[in-house]
Each structure stands twice: as C-alpha cells, then as structure tokens.
Ligand binder design. Structure first.
Ligand code: SF4
Ligand code: ZN
Length: 319
C-alpha cells in the first residue's frame, strides 16, 4: 500500500509523478482546491471578488462542472455570487445528455442555470454547420464555429446578467494544447494573450479567468470521480475533426514518454508570455451586434454571415 505523501496516514488514491506526490482522497481534494485558490491569487482576483457576480461557462463536462463545484465552495470565503451559463449547440446524441447532468448538478449546488440555445440565437446549430462543412460550403470546421459562437453568446449573456467575471473550465492540458497550436501557427500575439485571466480591457469587456489553470486533465477526471459527480461518457462527434484533438494525443504521448512535459510546456509558455510585449489592439464596437471587437465586424457576426449565405445555397441546391 502506498501511503499519502502529504498526511502520511491514509492510502494514496492518486500518484502525480510530475510533482512527486501520492495523495489520499482527502489530501487530493484539498490540494485541488488549493490549486484553484493559487489560480485565483495569480489572477489577482482573491482581493477583488467581494460582491461580484461570476458567470461560469458550463457544458456539463467534467472540467466546467469541477470549476462550478469548487467556485461554489469558495464563494462564501471570497464573497462572490455564482451563476452558470450553458450554450446548447444542438449536437444530437451529445448535448441533451450533458445538459441533463448539468441541470442536476446546478440543482444540487443551488446555482441558477441559464440555458442559451444556439439555433434560437443565431439561426443555426452545430449539426447543420457540420453538414455545411462536409459539403464544402463553409471553410470552418464545427469546433471553430462552436468555439467562436459559444464564447460570443456567453459574453453576451454574462453582460446582460450583469456578471463581473466569466469563469471557464479550461485546464492545464487545454492551456498547453492552445500554446502548441499557436506555436504551430506561428501566432506570437495569441501566445502572449493566453493566460489565467484575460488582460484588462474597456469596461464593457468582461474578464475571463480559468480556475483550473494549474490542474491537469487527469487530476480533473480524478476530482470529478472522487467527488461523486456524474456525466454521461459521451464525446462530441466533431471533436476528432479538430486540430486540438491531434495535438492532445501528441502531448499525452510526450507526457507518457517524458513525464513532466506538460509542466515544462506551461513554464515555457509563461516565460515567453513574460518576455513578449505585444501592443494592445484597440477595441471598437462591432457595427452589426455592438459587442466589443478589434475589427469593424466581429468574428461571430462574420461567421454568422458566411453560414447564412451557405444555408441559402444549400436550400437553393435542393430545388
Ligand atoms: Fe463544440 Fe467542438 Fe466541443 Fe463539439 S468538440 S462541443 S463541436 S467545440
Ligand atoms: Zn458582431
């Protein structure tokens, strides 16, 4: 039996090789919470969350459910309020199952859940986007559209609800996958932009932060199980089409062969970020929807426009 390296009393249930730790359930759950507090501290949030409203962008998956759970535990200590937002992207055989689990969790935690329907908001769902992509009518993969539109709708609703911050479920693995994708794309500006919290912007831009920034996917899964949280084991059918999916396998292989790779990549990303100073892009208002944007027309409105055009073409081709 391996004993917990933290308390030295109980049986270890998880070994974290890269940190040289073997932890029992109690010590692991405490460590997880401590890592969330570290993220909040590094984001300089711990002193300023009092009486603020935090909107958690939730999907019903393990990461955003964990973020919601831990923030709910911390809300009294730091004096903030919580609300959850879920965007229903309209992915058959996936979204409804995850949504059901999320509704249960929010009820259990007594957190209000705002459900936003992508089709109602923008006139299209991701199943339809996938069909347009498959037929070569749009250049964007489902995940690209899903990511941009979900982010857009969460910001829109968070603003309407009067939220001061948006918290997301991105974990350490997500962070370094994004870093490696940005490296491959040669996008230094994007590398400098990514972090625990978005840089302060104009007043109407709600800052986004990542409570699970220091937590690996494996630890997040362990926390989810040890807390007894539930979600159906279904994967989005479009995940495999994305660049992230391939990069994720590549990084997991590197971690398996060379333990500690993930932490080293995170450290490298932080070092680059600290050294690179990119001039801030001035924000204006999108001329279509009025949301803050670095361009004349925001990316979400630009995509919506291209998708509507493709949908018209698809309908015409059916006659
Ligand atoms: Fe959306 Fe892609 Fe995630 Fe599926 S895998 S929910 S399409 S971002
Ligand atoms: Zn817009």
């Amino acid at each position: 039996m391996v004993l917990c390296t933290s308390c030295g009393k109980r049986k270890a249930v998880i070994v974290v090789k890269s940190r040289g730790e073997a932890l029992c359930k109690e010590c692991f759950l405490r460590k997880f919470k401590d890592l969330v507090i570290k993220a909040l501290t590094d984001a300089r949030l711990t002193g300023g969350l009092g009486s603020k409203l935090v909107a958690v962008a939730t999907s019903g998956g393990k990461d955003s459910s964990n973020a919601l759970y831990v923030l709910n535990e911390l809300k009294q200590t730091y004096g903030f309020d919580l609300i959850a937002i879920m965007v229903n992207e309209g992915i058959k055989g996936y979204r409804e199952l995850k949504a059901k689990a999320l509704r249960k969790l929010c009820k259990k935690l007594n957190v209000e859940l705002i459900e936003v329907n992508l089709r109602k908001e923008v006139g299209v769902d991701i199943d339809e986007v996938a069909l347009l992509y498959e037929r070569g009518l749009i250049p964007f993969k489902p995940c690209t559209v899903c990511g941009v539109l979900r982010r857009y709708l969460v910001s829109l609703y968070a603003k309407e609800l009067g939220a001061n911050y948006v918290a997301t479920g991105h974990n350490l693995d997500d962070e370094i996958q994004t870093f490696v994708m940005n490296l491959i794309r040669g996008d230094l500006r994007a590398i400098a932009r990514e972090g625990i919290i978005t840089s302060p912007g104009p007043e109407d831009v709600i800052p986004r932060f990542k409570p699970l920034y220091y937590i690996t996917e494996r630890e997040s899964m362990a926390y989810f199980i040890l807390r007894g949280l539930m979600t159906p084991h279904v994967e989005c059918p479009y995940a495999k089409l994305s660049m992230r999916y391939k990069i994720r396998s590549l990084i997991n292989y590197a971690e398996y062969r060379y333990p500690g790779s993930k932490y080293r990549l995170l450290k490298l990303k932080e070092e680059i970020k600290a050294k690179v100073e990119m001039p801030r892009t001035a924000l204006r208002k999108c001329t279509i929807c009025g949301m803050p944007s670095s361009r004349h027309i925001c990316r979400a409105c630009e995509m919506k426009e291209e998708i509507s055009k493709a949908l018209r073409e698809l309908k015409l081709s059916k006659f």
